[in-house]
Design a protein around this ligand. Structure first.
Ligand SMILES: *Cc1c(COP(=O)(O)O)cnc(C)c1O
Length: 404
């Protein structure tokens, strides 16, 4: 599908606002929402050519839709990839990737710190189909190297991780994958292309949950894979057409418009998060702060290099409390004392969200697994939004200053 005619050499910020299919005959300035499941063909011969994929053109909504195509072209332009393909959710995108790339007998290496559902998809669901996954340390490249097998097809990472914001070296993982004849896929949900473009560091595929920063206002579910045309068009296109994890045009439209403000939202939310993290470090009830923008973060230098000098907008911290029960009671007290923040498990919203990972996102792990992952009962995650920073801090003080 041809995009709108734009001159070459435009800045990424311009592409984020302008990349789309050409407007319809009505000349709408804001991209149209094509809410239709099917497309009328001029004649049977044209329909036949389009269904046989020898001619470009829209046929049926499970395969493609102009609003979805505009979203895909815009996201690809922002990530710097040849192409992108939408999915119903972020997990739908990862499922599409696995269905397209893997078969029984193949091996995957995945960071131990990725999104919980991603771990279940690789470990449990694809395990049933004979795909074996080895989970390794997010930051110790030697473990990734040691896990390589002749059957390794895919390395999968997410950086920074949730909730502890560990950062992996994308270039080093890409080099390792390519030496072994495997692909590297990076889940770029936490940074978005506004901060981090994994393709420029050697990654082969970039995964998105559009539900998070791309939409940016917590409205719709969406996902995408960005990568080379030969994989997007020839491998993943047929998977979506057959398996149906299609992105809805309405959701694509919401996220398409969200992309226009992604850059300025990320800058503002990162600035809020950095100020918040520095402020937390000074509070006597806070024992540790996890944020890549802080000097105290173990991979601070790497994060600054990979993430355009920004730490992202997710900040986690431990509240004081000796034993696990006290730590949990203190964390709950801080969370329940807020009057402005949302107690929810989402992130990437303009509304600041506060979460207790040990009993929500990581609640199904055993206490031992949680300890190994470093997720204590006193840990609180804050996905910083766009409220005025002093109001966010004051909301936390209600609990931090009144701990027993
Ligand atoms: C939320 C999330 C996903 C899954 O996205 P959904 O749109 O909820 O399916 C995948 N990876 C990361 C890092 C996420 O935060």
């Amino acid at each position: 599908m041809d995009g709108k005619k734009l001159p070459a050499g435009l800045h990424r910020d311009t592409l984020a606002v302008r990349t789309a299919l050409a407007p319809s005959q009505h000349g709408e300035n804001s991209e149209a929402l094509y809410l239709t499941s099917g497309f009328v063909q001029t004649d049977a011969e044209t329909a036949a050519r389009r269904f046989a994929s020898v001619e470009e053109g829209f046929t049926y909504g499970r395969t493609s839709n102009p609003t979805v195509t505009s979203f895909e072209q815009r996201l690809a332009a922002m990530e710097g990839t040849q192409a992108a393909i939408g999915a119903s959710t972020g997990m739908g995108a990862i499922l599409m990737m696995c269905m397209g790339l893997l078969k029984a007998g193949d091996h995957v290496i995945c960071s131990r710190s990725v999104f919980g559902s991603t771990m279940n998809l690789f470990g449990r669901e694809f395990g049933k189909f004979g795909v074996e996954t080895t989970f390794v340390s997010q930051t110790d490249i030697a473990q990734w190297r040691a896990a390589l097998r002749p059957t390794t097809k895919l390395l999968f990472a997410e950086t920074p991780t949730n909730p502890l914001t560990d950062v992996c070296d994308i270039q080093a993982l890409a080099d390792l994958a390519h030496e072994a004849g495997a692909l590297l896929a990076v889940d770029n949900c936490f940074c978005s292309p506004a901060l981090q473009r994994p393709i420029e560091m050697g990654a082969d595929l970039v995964i998105h949950s559009g539900t998070k920063y791309l939409d940016g206002q917590g409205r719709v579910m969406a996902g995408a894979i960005c990568g080379p045309s030969k994989l997007i068009v020839d491998v993943f296109g047929p998977v979506v057409r057959t398996a149906g994890m299609t992105l809805s045009p309405f959701n694509a439209w919401v996220v398409l418009k969200g992309l226009e403000t992604l850059g300025i939202r990320m800058q503002a939310q990162c600035a809020n998060a950095l100020a918040f993290a520095h402020w937390l470090e000074q509070h006597p009830a806070v024992t540790r702060v996890y944020y890549p923008g802080l000097q105290s973060h173990p991979q601070h230098q790497l994060a600054m290099r990979q993430q355009a000098g920004q730490g992202g907008a997710v900040v986690s911290f431990d509240v004081r409390g000796g034993d696990p029960a006290t730590a949990r009671a203190n964390a709950f007290h801080v969370i329940d004392s807020t009057q402005v923040l949302s107690i929810a498990t989402n992130l990437g919203d303009t509304k600041t969200i506060i979460t207790h990972p040990a009993t929500t996102s990581h609640g199904r792990l055993t206490e031992e697994q949680r300890q190994a992952a470093g997720i204590g009962q006193g840990l609180i995650r804050v996905a910083v939004g766009l409220e005025y920073i002093t109001d966010i801090q004051d909301d936390l003080l209600r609990g931090l200053d009144t701990l027993p």
